[in-house]
Each structure stands twice: as structure tokens, then as C-alpha cells.
Design a protein around this ligand. Structure first.
Ligand code: HAM
Length: 337
């Protein structure tokens, strides 16, 4: 028998790197006073349809969904945020601001390749009840500090701003107006994105964005000002970043700042995103909770481990034996004791 495609056995020979990650997570979350939350690895299917998005690639192509013996549709979590929002409401954690973190396996039915698995692991952080741009900057600073603590330096931080629902809707319409007359020149994938999720077209690295309407031009004054404040906080922390209109993220719930950290190490293949996240101020309310601003990110731990390996900062396995007890057959019991 063999393990399912896209899964990995983590053996005593490879566990050391995981412990390194976990130690850094423990110490840094403690320093930032971020508390751990653990939620189930499966949820009712609706939890992901209503958050990640009915038309997102993740929901339409990648979920492990099954009917349990009671004929209820269940889904193995493809990401952590949705389940945590469900829990925040069910456990009424929203009555005060929360800074939460989680680690654990996630499941996406994707074509396996280096840095892409069907069962992979995420470390994520979610802030609830914090609405200021300082919180977005704190989340980004936390993520970058964690990578630095692990010894990872070859990366670039990319930022984009998707705007609230209205701005996003206006921009989506502008993209539809732009692409519809030239639809025939688009790839098959982009033609279907145009029909279901036009923003995702920008994700296509081969597409020339020259001449395209920019979301920048559609932001309200308040949004411009927010972005400005966010940038000045990152500047104050001396965290360099690039603005990148291609960062549109594959999940529907984002409403403001979005960001990704991508590895720039030459050994990385096409899957360079070490972590990604952003603001999602409407999701708690959409799940039936009170209006609660939220921002977070998640890192793919397998990819972070690859980055550590490429940058030569993985510690060697701790397999040294400290003490050996030798004994004769007649002293076996004493030796055992
Ligand atoms: P995501 O960008 O879909 O965001 O995933 C976050 C990270 O998980 C990616 O940057 C990547 O490192 C890793 N990842 C994703 N798919 C795979 C895969 N098949 N194999 C290995 N690693 C993978 C989210 O999941 C959001 N929940 C992040 C977030 C939290 N936004 C707000 N709060």
C-alpha cells in the first residue's frame, strides 16, 4: 500500500525542521500575545462555500467533499480562516478583540509538484476586532519577522489593495468592460475567469497589464488615506515592499490590503508564495456574527521548509545518544530499572 498522491510522510529524519518552525511559532506568538486556537479539520461544506467563495478555484475544483453517514455534506478544510470565523461566532469570542493563531493540515485537490501538495500544513494568524491600518502592518511585520527568525532572507513582500465591496465591484465591472471586446484573444482559462471571477485574470503572469484599468484609480479618498497610513507604518519598521496589482488572491473574502511573501531563491520552482493574507472586514457579518473587522495571513509550512533548506538554515537532526547503559544478562532487571 502507498500513501495517497500529494501527501508526505514526515519521518524522524525530517522532523527536525518542523520542530524548528514550531519553536519559532511558539516564541514569536508569545511575544506578540497571540493565542492558539484549534478547530476541526472538517466543517460542514457551507462554511467554505460562503467564505472562500462559491466560484473560487478552491471550492469549484479543489475541495475534498463527502457525505457522512448521516447524509450531511462535509469538507476537509482547504484553509483555516473560514473555520475560525465559524468558531469565533459559535463560541462568542467576538465579544472582545482577539489575536489568534493556528497550525495544522489543510487539504486541496491540486496537481502535486514541488511546494504543492494535497495535504499540506499552514501556520496562520487572524486578528479580529482591529480595524486600523496599524493592525495590517502589525500582521505583515509579524509574518516577516517570523521568516527572518527562521533564517529566511531571500524573499519579496508584495502588497495590493482590493478595496471594499463597492470598490471591488466597480473594478470588476471595469475589467469586464475592458476584456469583453477582446475576449477572443484571451486564453481558455481567462475566458472562463472573465465569466465567473474577472479579478483572477490579473493573476496570469503571462498577461500584459499595460493599458488596463487599475484599482488604484478607483479607490475612495478614505481608502487612499488608509493605504498611505499602512505604507508609513511599514516604512517606520523599515520593512521594504513592492506594490503589485497582480496580487488578487484566490479567495473571495478580502476587502482591503492583501499581501504575499514570495521566495526569490533561484532554486524555487513556480510555487513561490511562502505566505499570503489580507483584510476581510465583512466575513464575520456574512457568517451571521456582528460586524467585526478582521485581518490575517497563512503560511505554507512545506514551502517555508523548502526555503530554509535552500538557504541552508535547516538544523541537522538531533539524533545523538547521551547515555548508553551496558549490562550482563544477570543484571538485566537492574539495568532496565
Ligand atoms: P492561501 O494563499 O490560499 O491563503 O494559502 C496560504 C499559503 O498556503 C500559500 O501562500 C502557500 O504557501 C500555502 N499553500 C496553499 N496551497 C498549498 C498547497 N497545495 N500545497 C502547499 N502549500 C500550499 C489562505 O489560505 C488564507 N486563509 C490566508 C489568510 C488568512 N487570509 C486571511 N487570513
Amino acid at each position: 500500500m502507498q500513501k495517497p498522491k500529494g501527501t508526505v510522510d514526515i519521518t524522524p529524519q525530517t522532523i527536525r525542521g518542523w520542530h524548528q518552525l514550531e519553536e519559532a511559532i511558539k516564541s514569536l506568538t508569545q511575544m506578540y500575545h497571540i493565542q492558539e486556537i484549534r478547530t476541526p479539520v472538517f466543517e460542514t461544506t457551507e462554511v467554505f462555500h460562503r467564505s472562500v467563495g462559491e466560484l473560487s478555484d478552491i471550492v469549484t475544483k479543489e475541495t475534498y467533499t463527502f457525505f457522512d453517514r448521516g447524509e450531511r455534506s462535509m469538507t476537509l478544510r482547504p484553509e483555516g480562516t473560514a473555520g475560525i470565523v465559524r468558531s469565533l461566532i459559535e463560541q462568542k469570542l467576538y465579544i472582545q478583540p482577539q489575536k489568534l493563531y493556528y497550525t495544522g493540515p489543510m487539504f486541496r485537490y491540486e496537481r502535486p509538484q514541488a511546494g504543492r501538495q494535497r495535504q499540506f500544513h499552514q501556520f496562520g494568524v487572524e486578528y479580529f476586532g482591529y480595524e486600523d491600518a496599524a493592525s495590517d502592518a502589525e500582521i505583515v511585520a509579524f509574518a516577516v519577522t517570523w521568516l527572518e527568525l527562521l533564517g529566511i532572507h531571500d524573499y519579496v513582500l508584495k502588497i495590493n489593495y482590493l478595496g471594499d465591496h463597492e470598490t471591488k465591484a466597480r473594478y470588476t465591472k471595469a475589467l469586464v468592460d475592458y476584456f469583453t471586446p477582446i475576449k477572443a484573444t484571451l486564453s481558455k482559462d481567462n475566458q472562463s475567469r472573465l465569466a465567473v471571477n474577472p479579478l483572477r485574470i490579473l493573476d496570469d503572469a503571462s498577461l500584459d497589464l499595460q493599458g488596463l484599468p487599475t484599482i488604484e484609480s478607483m479607490l475612495s479618498d478614505a481608502e487612499q488615506e488608509y493605504l498611505q497610513r499602512f505604507s508609513s507604518y511599514l516604512d517606520a519598521l523599515q520593512i521594504p515592499f513592492e506594490r503589485d496589482p497582480r496580487i488578487v488572491r484566490g479567495l473571495d473574502y478580502y476587502t482591503g490590503i492583501v499581501f504575499e511573501v514570495q521566495s526569490t531563491h533561484p532554486s524555487f520552482g513556480s510555487q513561490t508564495a511562502l505566505l499570503g493574507g489580507g483584510r476581510y472586514d465583512q466575513l464575520v457579518a456574512e457568517f451571521g456574527g456582528p460586524q467585526t473587522p478582521a485581518v490575517g495571513f497563512a503560511a505554507g509550512l512545506e514551502r517555508v521548509l523548502l526555503a530554509m533548506e535552500y538557504e541552508g538554515v535547516l538544523e541537522p537532526p538531533k539524533d545523538g545518544i547521551d547515555v548508553a547503559v551496558c549490562f550482563m544478562p544477570e543484571t538485566a532487571t537492574d539495568a532496565f530499572r
